[in-house]
Design a protein around this ligand. Structure first.
Ligand SMILES: Nc1nc2c(ncn2[C@@H]2O[C@H](COP(=O)(O)OP(=O)(O)OP(=O)(O)O)[C@@H](O)[C@H]2O)c(=O)[nH]1
Ligand SMILES: [Mg+2]
Length: 355
């Protein structure tokens, strides 16, 4: 999964990137406006996987997230350049918005107002989509003059519907699509269609003011509250000192961004993890929620999918409670499932297949 972090200049994008990826990219008050971006691929921490790996004495292989941290450029300057390309690459977008005061860091709009900035960024995303949709419609109209076909008509209809939706000032992520429509539009990488995590970056004095927005879910948008600078400082302290200072700052209820973010981003993206265990490795795999055992098998290898016979399925906790496959079978907690079985988050799958 790829997530692209973006937002107005000096909002804390790189601070967030560093905390999520444990990198140490330069943070600065002064703009070096460039097309430069940072990229890191990191493990998705998962306590369940760690416990399974300990049980089997094999190394855990975590699921991965790739983060892209865009440079200090904005939409106006950058139609269809590196910046837009980085946004298109994301399976999801992470919009960081400024909620902290600092007289030394100018805000491009002159004042601190996260809700205004969120609305403005939404408008920018829709504007980029509007151009792509309009261009596509023009092309379709010209093609349809030459050939009449159901495919062209279907594509025209869905693009026309999306155009009307955007003209109503609504992001495409709020629109419902049939599976057929989803297949048609998948390749166009429309920006307002992507699930989005909005992060309000604030200071300790305003944390209470924004706290009500934390974990707020609205369709395919999730809002989180973040204290970038303070969190960076807290994490530099010895562990036993951290909680003392956290309380002193009035941030007792503040959840560090990495755990807050990863837990909820999987949910927002509609993803779950299943595990495979064995002699060589204990591994987490990421699949869409609602995927069948056959799809899960294909994630590992196409041979396993093609030769699929059955899947042995057990939740990670039932497995550990039972102390292994043999006991689990005796206790009757190991299921033998077919192709159509819907895999749940945290299940161990062992596939039987014809080689
Ligand atoms: N007071 C305060 N300052 C912050 C906070 N988060 C970021 N800053 C400051 O904002 C400046 C920019 O932080 P970065 O993380 O580099 O921001 P950015 O969005 O990556 O900046 P560009 O990539 O240059 O657009 C630094 O001086 C940070 O110390 C915060 O929560 N509180
Ligand atoms: Mg930066």
């Amino acid at each position: 999964m790829i997530l692209t972090i973006f937002g107005y200049p000096k909002t804390g994008k790189t601070i967030l990137f560093n905390l999520l990826t444990e990198r140490n990219e330069e943070i600065s008050k002064f703009s070096a406006s460039t097309n430069e971006f940072h990229k890191a691929i990191v493990n998705v921490p998962d306590e369940r996987l760690k416990k399974l790996a300990d049980f089997f004495h094999t190394p855990p292989v975590y699921a991965k997230i790739e983060y892209l941290d865009t440079g200090s450029i904005s939409f106006g300057e950058a139609k269809d350049t590196t910046f837009i390309d980085l946004l298109r690459r994301g399976d999801g977008l992470v919009h960081i918005v400024r909620g902290f005061k600092d007289p030394e860091i100018l805000h491009p709009k002159g004042s601190i107002d996260p809700l205004r900035d969120i609305a403005d960024i939404e408008e920018e995303l829709r504007a980029v989509d509007f151009l792509s949709i309009d261009k596509r419609l023009e092309k379709l109209i010209s093609d349809m003059k030459k050939i009449k076909s159901k495919e062209l008509q279907d594509e025209y209809d869905i693009f026309d519907k999306m155009k009307i939706f955007i003209e109503d000032e609504k992001p495409l992520r709020d629109m419902t699509f049939t599976q057929h429509e989803e297949t048609i539009i998948r390749g166009f990488k429309l920006l307002s269609l992507k699930p989005i995590i909005t992060i309000i970056n604030t200071n300790e004095e305003d944390f209470q003011k924004y706290k009500e927005f934390d974990q707020k879910r609205d369709g395919n948008r999730l809002t989180l509250v973040f204290c970038g600078q303070i969190e960076t400082e807290l994490l530099e302290l010895e562990e036993e000192e951290r909680d003392i200072f956290k309380d002193e700052y009035g941030l007792t209820e503040y959840e560090y961004i990495k755990s807050n973010f990863i837990r909820s981003s999987y949910d927002l993206m509609g993803l779950i993890s299943f595990f495979t265990v064995g002699e060589d490795e204990t591994r987490a795999w990421t699949i869409d929620k609602g995927s069948t055992a056959l799809i899960a098998a294909g994630k590992i290898h196409s041979d396993i999918q093609q030769g699929f016979i059955r899947a042995e399925i057990i939740s990670w906790s039932d497995f550990l409670d039972s102390g292994g496959f043999t006991n689990a079978k005796e206790k009757g907690v190991l299921g033998l499932e077919g192709k159509e079985y819907i895999v749940n988050d945290g299940e161990i799958a062992h596939f039987r297949f014809n080689k």
